[in-house]
Design a protein around this ligand. Structure first.
Ligand code: NDP
Ligand code: 8X3
Length: 254
C-alpha cells in the first residue's frame, strides 16, 4: 500500500522541502498553501516522482479546508502522515508596540488552522491506524521565552501541549504524534516576520550557519518512518551556533 501524506504550507520552507523529501521516497502527496502558482509549480515538478494533489487553501478557512479534503481521491481515505506545518510569526517588537491584527493572524493560523486540519484528518489517520503519524511544527519559542516572541512563542507552546495531550486520546489507535521544535532555520519565515525587510532577514542569519529546510525535512522523514511501535514525543533542535542568552535584569532601581 502506498503511503499518503498531507502537508499544510508546502509553498516554501519546511513544507516544500518535506514535499520533495517524501516525493523521493514515493509517498502520495496532498500539498496545501495559499500561493497557487507556487503550489502548481511544485506539483508539476514532483509529479515526475509520485502523484501529487495540490489544494489551494487558507488554513484559517475551516469550511474551505473541509471541502478541499473531501475532494481528495479515495487513496487518501487512509492517511499515513499529516505534517501540520503552515504557520508564521509577524513582528518582533515588544508587546505594547504590536498590531493586534498580527496577534489575531498568528493565533488563527498557528493554533486554529492546526486544529482544523487535525480534526478534519484524524478520522483518516485512525482509519490507517498503526504506523500513521502527525508531526506538528512547534518551535524552541514554545519552551524558551525571548523578547518579541510573545504571541508567536505562546502559540507554539499551545502546539506543544496540544501534541502531548493528543497522544493520550489516540492511545490504542496506533496513531503517533510528534512536536518538532526547531530553533534558528533559514527560510522565508524571517522575511514574513519582518514584513519583507531583506536587511533584517540577512542580519538574522549572518554567520550563524542556520539549519536549512532540507535538514528539517530529513528529520521529519526520520520521525515518520520509525518502527510503528515508537513515538517520538518531542524533538528540539538548534544550530550549533545557537544557545540561550541567560536572564535579563533591569538595574534601574534606585
Ligand atoms: P515559510 O514562511 O518558509 O513557510 C510557511 C508556509 O506556511 C508557507 O508554505 C505558507 O504558504 C504557509 N502558510 C502560512 N500561512 C498560511 C495560511 N493562512 N494558510 C495556508 N498556508 C499558510 O516558513 P518555515 O517553513 O520556516 O516555517 C514552517 C513552520 O515552521 C511554521 O509553523 C513556523 O512557525 C515553524 N518554525 C519555523 C522556524 C524557522 O526558524 N524558520 C523554526 C521553528 C518553527 P502560503 O503563504 O502560500 O499560504
Ligand atoms: C522560529 C524560531 O527562534 O525565531 O520558531 O522563534 S525562533
Amino acid at each position: 500500500m502506498t503511503s499518503t501524506l498531507f502537508i499544510t504550507g508546502a509553498t516554501s520552507g519546511f513544507g516544500e522541502a518535506c514535499a520533495r523529501r517524501f516525493a523521493q521516497a514515493g509517498w502520495s502527496l496532498a500539498l496545501t498553501g495559499r500561493r497557487e502558482a507556487r503550489l502548481q509549480a511544485l506539483t508539476d515538478e514532483l509529479s515526475a516522482l509520485t502523484d501529487v494533489h495540490p489544494l489551494v487553501l487558507d488554513v484559517r478557512d475551516r469550511h474551505g479546508m473541509a471541502a478541499a479534503i473531501a475532494s481528495l481521491p479515495a487513496k487518501f481515505d487512509k492517511l499515513t502522515g499529516l505534517i501540520n506545518n503552515a504557520g508564521l510569526a509577524l513582528g518582533a517588537e515588544p508587546a505594547p508596540q504590536c498590531d493586534l491584527n498580527d496577534w489575531d493572524i498568528m493565533v488563527d493560523t498557528n493554533i486554529k488552522g492546526l486544529l482544523y486540519s487535525t480534526h478534519l484528518l484524524l478520522p483518516r489517520l485512525i482509519a490507517h491506524g498503526r504506523g500513521a503519524g502527525i508531526v506538528n511544527l512547534g518551535s524552541i519559542a514554545g519552551t524558551w521565552p525571548y523578547p518579541g516572541s510573545h504571541v508567536y512563542g505562546a502559540s507554539k507552546a499551545f502546539v506543544r501541549q496540544f501534541s502531548l495531550n493528543l497522544r493520550n486520546d489516540l492511545v490504542g489507535t496506533g496513531v503517533r504524534v510528534t512536536d518538532i521544535e526547531p530553533g534558528l532555520c533559514e527560510s522565508e519565515f524571517s522575511l514574513v516576520r519582518f514584513g519583507g525587510d531583506q536587511a533584517k532577514y540577512d542580519a538574522t542569519y549572518a554567520g550563524a550557519e542556520a539549519i536549512q529546510p532540507e535538514d528539517i525535512a530529513e528529520t521529519i522523514h526520520w520521525i515518520l518512518t520509525q518502527p510503528a511501535h515508537i513515538n517520538i514525543n518531542s524533538l528540539e533542535l538548534m544550530p550549533v551556533s545557537q544557545t540561550w542568552a541567560g536572564f535579563a535584569i533591569d538595574r534601574s532601581a534606585k
